[in-house]
Design a binder for this molecule. Structure first.
Ligand code: ADP
Ligand code: C5P
Ligand code: MG
Length: 240
């Protein structure tokens, strides 16, 4: 099933035509909190395209690009790659996707990421999903992940947790201060976490639905109720 989530529009420079601006949802949370897992479900249910900043950086290493070695050594230290590199990869991926609704997972990881994305793309997120999970649970999950990642070892995991606390949580706090964060308890089983995620996307859908459509539905329900009452009053439904 695919459900729609609204797309904002903005006037083009000449003011003649309305140009669609992509809808972006940032998906944040500590390493191993379940961002990638939940994004796969959101894609299936709500028609978003998912980009993981970490996956794009790993792709860059595998492609043998000139930045590959620098990215690899930073990732192995759990450090945050310069924003210029990551924002370029995200921008290219969005432009080539053909979609207008994006989940951007594991980004922004620090304030520099956040500011660079806004400056380069001109896009602010519609909202931010934050997966809240205790460190011990995230550590357990990463050590069981088995995806052959060089940085999924206990030494690098500890460094990544430190960077998360020092650089990434303040970004979540910033978005919280402007009322854009939907915090999810991510320590529960996958299906339970997704129930909460689904509720967020469904309620956003309801809010962005054209007013007329919502009104039409409630008017129809009221009419049906009126007919039923009138049948009952006139005894038409006798015997049922
Ligand atoms: P992230 O993208 O945030 O680093 P992942 O989605 O890769 O996290 O999840 C990390 C590991 O934990 C994966 O092996 C995944 O299958 C598992 N996992 C994800 N969500 C849950 C959950 N709610 N409960 C238990 N294990 C989970
Ligand atoms: O999100 P994920 O766990 O896949 O990220 C793995 C690594 O990729 C991070 O620890 C970091 O080194 C790098 N990364 C980054 N900037 C981002 C996202 C990930 O440098 N915005
Ligand atoms: Mg991930």
């Amino acid at each position: 099933m695919e459900t729609d989530v609204g797309v904002s529009t903005s006037e083009e420079a000449n003011g003649s035509a309305a140009k669609k601006k992509p809808t972006v949802v940032f998906v944040l949370g500590g390493p191993g909190s379940g961002k990638g897992t939940q994004c796969a479900y959101i894609v299936e249910h709500f028609g978003f395209t998912h980009f993981s900043a970490g996956d794009l950086l790993r792709g860059e290493i595998d492609s043998g690009s000139e930045n590959g070695l620098m990215i690899k050594s930073m990732m192995n230290e759990g450090k945050i790659v310069p924003s210029e590199v990551t924002v370029k990869l995200l921008q290219k991926a969005m432009e080539e996707s053909g979609n207008e609704k994006f989940l951007i997972d594991g980004f922004p990881r620090n304030d520099e990421n956040r500011a660079a994305f806004a400056a380069v793309t001109g896009i602010e997120p519609a909202f931010v999903l934050f997966f809240d999970c205790p460190e011990e649970e995230m550590e357990r999950r990463i050590l069981n992940r088995n995806q052959g990642r060089d940085d999924d070892n206990i030494e690098t995991i500890r460094k990544r947790f430190k960077v998360f606390l020092q650089s990434s949580l303040p970004v979540v706090q910033y978005y919280e201060s402007i009322g854009k964060v939907h915090k999810i308890d991510a320590a529960r089983p996958v299906e339970e976490v997704f129930e909460s995620v689904k509720a967020v996307f469904t309620s956003i859908n309801e809010k962005v639905k054209p007013h007329g459509r919502v009104q039409q539905k409630s008017t129809l329900l009221k009419l049906q109720l009126k007919w039923k009452m009138s049948f009952l009053r006139n005894g038409v439904c006798k015997g049922y």
